[in-house]
Design a protein around this ligand. Structure first.
Ligand SMILES: CC(=O)N[C@H]1[C@@H](OP(=O)(O)O)O[C@H](CO)[C@@H](O)[C@@H]1O
Ligand SMILES: [Mg+2]
Length: 573
C-alpha cells in the first residue's frame, strides 16, 4: 500500500476517533477492557490491526468482539479472534498494545512500521467479522471498528448482537467450511464493502447465520436426545439466569425449537430494568457463592447461570436449608470427561488419549478426583482461555475449563476420524456408543468456551446418566475456598511462575504465603495480578469455610504489606 493511503488512517482517527486520554491501556487476558468512554480510539485502531492480521493470514477472516463479558455495564472491551476461531496469537498482544497507545500524530507512522514488521502484503484482500454484546456503548464502538477496517481497505461484516462464542464459531466457519456452513451465505446485519476491497454478497435477510450455529448445536442435541430416554432422577426442567446479557436472549430463540426435550425457564433476560451482570450471572454466582437476584425457584431446582457475553456457565441449586450448592467449571469438566471416557470404553477405543486442563483456581478436590478416581491425566496452566485451549490441543481429546465455567472440549482429527469410523463400521454396541459420541462432538463449540454449547453438553450427560443436580454434586466434595482482591499501586510488581502457583516477586511474599498456608489443614493459596482488572487476586482453600476465609484474609494482608497496597486494608472475608 503506498504511504499516501495511510493518510486515510490518520485523517479518520483525527476526525472521528481521536485519542482523548493518556491512560495507558494493555491487551490483557481478554483483550482490552476498561471504561467504555476510554475505548473508542482503541477499537478503531484494533480495526486497523485486524485488517493487517487478516492480510498476514493471507486474507483469511479475523474476528472482533466488542464486549466486557462479566464486567458491569459502564465497562466495555474489544478482543481479536484468529482465523481458527481462537484467541489472538500471544505475540501480537504487544503490537495491539503499542498501536492502542500511540498518539494520533504518530498513528500513521506506527501503522506503517507495524505493517513492515509483520510483513503484511497490503495488496491482499482482508476480511473482518464484527460482533458485539448488549451494552448500550457497543454500537458506537462497533462503528469505530468498522471505520478502522475500512481505513485500511478491508471488508467489515457486522453481526450485531451475538455471544462471543457465536462470533468465534462464525470466524472459524468462514475460514474452514468443513467446520460449518460457509459464512458468506449467512445473515449479515450489514456489509461494508470497501470500493476497492473484497466484494461480499449480501446474505438472505433471514437468521441463517445463527441458524447454522443453532442447527449445529441444537440439531445434535435433539439427535442425541432421541437416543437417550429420560430416566432416573433427571428432570427436563432447567432454570437459567441470563445475567441480563446476550446469552439468555439467544436461549430464548433456541427454546422454541427444543420440542419439549428440555424445558428452559429463563430469567434475567435484560427486560424489567435488570442490569447486566449486576448481582447475577456466572461470575457473581461463582465468586460470591450466592444465588443471582431475579431467579425464583424451589429447593433442589437445577439452575444454570451464564455470564454477560455467553461464554461462561456454572450450575447451582439451593437445598432445603437454602444453602448454596455450586456446580462450577471443575464439576462440569469432570462430568464431561468422565462421560467421554465411558463412551470411549464402550467403543473399545484405546488409542485416543484424553486429558484435562485446569488452572490454579481449580478446586484441589477436583484435581484429586480427576487423578485418583477418573484416572485421567490433568495439567495446570496459566489463567486465560488461550493457555488452556493450547494445552488441550496436545491431547486427542482435551477437556479444559476454568473454575469460573469457561471451557470446552477439543477433538483432534484423528479422534474424530476414529470415532466416526466406529459409528459406521463397529459392532452394534460399539456403534451405539460411537454414534452418541459423534453427536456429542457436534454439540461442542470447539473454538472457545461457550455457555450455550456447554449447557447442552451438561444436559446430555445428566440425561444419559439419569442424574439430578444433587446426584451430580456427589461426585466429589469441593474444598471450601475464597477469592479476594487487593488494590496495589502497581499490580505488575507481582510476578509468578509454575502456572501462577508461585510468586517470584516481590521478595518475601511467597515465603510469607507458604508460612501462612502451613498453618491450615488442606491449605493452599496463591496470588497473581489480574489481567482484566487493576487488582491482585488472592485465592485460598482450606478444610472449612471459616479457615479458607481466614487464610485468604491473611494472604491478602501480606499482599497489601509487601506489594504496595493502597486504600483500605483488606477486611476479613
Ligand atoms: C480468577 C478468574 O476467574 N479470572 C478470570 C478473569 O481473568 P483475570 O486475569 O483473573 O482478571 O477474566 C478472564 C477473562 O474472562 C478469565 O479467563 C479468568 O479466568
Ligand atoms: Mg465472558
Amino acid at each position: 500500500m503506498p504511504p499516501s493511503s495511510l493518510r486515510v488512517v490518520y485523517a479518520f482517527a483525527r476526525e472521528m476517533h481521536p485519542k482523548t486520554t493518556d491512560v495507558f491501556i494493555q491487551y490483557g487476558t481478554a483483550g482490552f477492557r476498561t471504561k467504555a468512554s476510554l475505548l473508542e480510539h482503541v477499537v478503531y485502531r484494533m480495526g486497523l490491526l485486524a485488517v493487517i492480521r487478516s492480510r498476514v493470514k493471507n486474507g483469511r477472516t479475523i474476528g472482533m468482539m466488542i464486549t466486557a463479558s462479566h464486567n458491569l455495564e459502564p465497562d466495555n472491551g474489544v478482543k481479536l479472534i484468529d482465523p481458527e476461531g481462537e484467541m489472538l496469537e500471544e505475540s501480537w498482544e504487544a503490537i495491539a498494545t503499542r498501536l492502542a497507545n500511540v498518539s494520533d500524530n504518530d498513528l500513521e507512522s506506527t501503522t506503517a512500521e507495524v505493517i513492515k514488521e509483520v510483513n503484511a502484503d497490503m495488496g491482499l484482500k482482508a476480511s473482518v467479522f464484527i460482533g458485539m454484546d448488549t451494552r448500550y456503548t457497543s454500537p458506537r464502538l462497533a462503528a469505530a471498528a468498522v471505520h478502522g477496517v475500512m481505513a485500511l481497505k478491508g471488508t467489515a461484516k457486522e453481526f450485531g448482537i451475538v455471544t462471543t462464542p457465536i462470533l468465534h464459531y462464525c470466524v472459524r466457519c468462514r475460514n474452514d467450511n468443513t467446520y460449518g456452513t460457509p459464512t458468506e451465505e449467512g445473515q449479515f446485519i450489514m456489509n461494508h464493502n470497501h470500493p476497492y476491497g473484497e466484494q461480499m454478497p449480501d446474505g438472505p435477510k433471514s437468521s441463517r447465520m445463527e441458524t447454522c450455529y443453532y442447527e449445529k448445536i441444537v440439531g445434535a442435541f435433539k439427535n442425541i436426545r432421541a437416543k437417550l430416554p429420560v430416566h432416573g432422577s433427571y428432570n427436563t426442567t432447567l432454570y437459567v439466569d441470563g445475567a441480563n446479557g446476550v446469552g439468555g436472549k439467544k436461549l430464548n430463540i433456541i427454546k422454541k425449537s427444543l420440542d419439549g426435550e428440555l424445558d428452559l425457564v429463563l430469567y434475567n433476560l435484560g427486560g424489567n430494568g435488570g442490569k447486566l451482570n449486576l448481582n447475577c450471572g456466572a461470575d457473581f454466582v461463582k465468586v460470591s457463592q450466592k444465588p443471582p437476584v431475579g431467579v425464583e425457584h424451589a429447593p433442589f431446582q437445577r439452575v444454570a447461570s451464564l455470564d454477560g457475553d455467553g461464554d461462561r456457565i456454572v450450575y447451582y441449586y439451593l437445598d432445603d436449608k437454602n444453602q448454596m450448592n455450586l456446580l462450577d467449571g471443575d464439576k462440569i469438566a469432570t462430568l464431561l470427561a468422565s462421560y467421554i471416557t465411558e463412551l470411549l470404553k464402550a467403543c473399545e477405543v484405546t488409542e485416543l488419549k484424553l486429558g484435562l486442563v485446569q488452572t490454579a483456581y481449580a478446586n484441589g478436590a477436583s484435581t484429586r478426583y480427576i487423578t485418583d478416581d477418573l484416572k485421567v491425566p490433568v495439567s495446570c496452566v496459566k489463567t486465560g482461555v488461550k493457555h488452556l485451549h493450547h494445552a488441550a490441543l496436545s491431547y486427542d481429546i482435551g477437556v479444559y475449563f476454568e473454575a469460573n465455567g469457561h471451557g470446552t472440549v477439543v477433538y483432534s482429527e484423528l479422534a474424530k476420524r476414529t470415532i466416526r469410523k466406529i459409528a459406521q463400521e463397529g459392532e452394534p454396541e460399539q456403534r451405539k456408543a460411537a454414534q452418541l459420541l459423534v453427536n456429542f462432538i457436534d454439540i461442542t463449540n470447539e473454538t472457545v468456551g461457550d455457555a450455550i454449547s456447554d449447557l447442552f453438553l451438561v444436559e446430555t450427560v445428566l440425561c444419559a446418566r439419569g442424574l439430578s443436580a444433587r446426584a451430580w454434586m456427589t461426585a466429589y466434595t469441593d474444598l471450601p475456598c475464597r477469592q479476594l482482591k487487593v488494590t496495589v499501586q502497581d499490580r505488575n510488581v507481582i510476578s509468578t511462575a509454575d502456572a501462577e502457583r508461585t510468586c517470584t516477586s516481590p521478595e518475601g511474599l511467597q515465603s510469607k504465603v507458604d508460612e501462612l498456608v502451613a498453618g491450615y489443614k488442606s491449605g493452599r493459596a496463591f496470588v497473581r495480578p489480574s489481567g482484566t482488572e487493576d487488582v491482585v487476586r488472592v485465592y485460598a482453600e482450606a478444610e472449612t469455610q471459616e479457615f479458607a476465609d481466614q487464610l485468604a484474609t491473611e494472604v491478602a494482608q501480606a499482599v497489601y504489606d509487601l506489594a504496595g497496597g493502597v486504600g483500605d486494608r483488606p477486611t476479613p472475608a
